[in-house]
Design a protein around this ligand. Structure first.
Ligand SMILES: Nc1ncnc2c1ncn2[C@@H]1O[C@H](COP(=O)(O)OP(=O)(O)OP(=O)(O)O)[C@@H](O)[C@H]1O
Ligand SMILES: [Mg+2]
Length: 112
C-alpha cells in the first residue's frame, strides 16, 4: 500500500477530486495548509535585493491506495492540478505499512 500526499493549488481541488473518483480512490483527506517551494513564495523584491519568504495557501490531499493504483492516482492528480505555472504543486509517495478500518476491524488492502 502507498500513501500519496499531494500539494495543489486550492482552486484545483474540485477538478482533482473528480479525477480521483474516476480512478477508483475510496477516500481522500483534505487539509488547508501553507507552504513554499523553490521560489519561496516570493512575489517581489524587498529592500532592493532580499526576497521575502512567504507561505502561500495550498491544499494537501492524502490518499491511501493499493500499489497497483499509484500510477493512476499520480496521473489523475497531475492531469487535473496542472496549470503549467509555478506553484502547481508536488506529489509525495510513501510506503504505507498498515490500514485499519475501525468499524469492521478489516486490515490492509481490505481496509483501504
Ligand atoms: N521539498 C518540499 N518539501 C515539502 N513540501 C514541499 C516541497 N516542495 C514543495 N512543497 C510544497 O508544495 C507546494 C507547492 O510547491 P511548488 O509547486 O511551488 O514547488 P516548486 O518545486 O517550487 O515547483 P515550481 O517551480 O513549479 O513552482 C509548496 O507550497 C509546499 O507546500
Ligand atoms: Mg514553486
Amino acid at each position: 500500500m502507498k500513501l500519496v500526499t499531494a500539494i495543489i493549488k486550492p482552486f484545483k481541488l474540485d477538478d482533482v477530486r473528480e479525477a480521483l473518483s474516476e480512478v477508483g480512490v475510496q477516500g481522500i483527506t483534505v487539509t488547508e495548509v501553507k507552504g513554499f517551494g523553490r521560489q519561496k513564495g516570493h512575489t517581489e523584491l524587498y529592500r532592493g535585493a532580499e526576497y521575502v519568504v512567504d507561505f502561500l495557501p495550498k491544499i494537501k490531499l492524502e490518499i491511501a491506495i493499493d500499489d497497483d493504483k499509484v500510477d493512476g492516482v499520480i496521473d489523475a492528480v497531475t492531469g487535473a492540478a496542472a496549470t503549467g505555472k509555478i506553484g502547481d504543486g508536488k506529489i509525495f509517495v510513501s510506503s504505507l505499512e498498515q490500514v485499519i478500518r475501525i468499524r469492521t476491524g478489516e486490515t490492509g488492502v481490505e481496509a483501504v
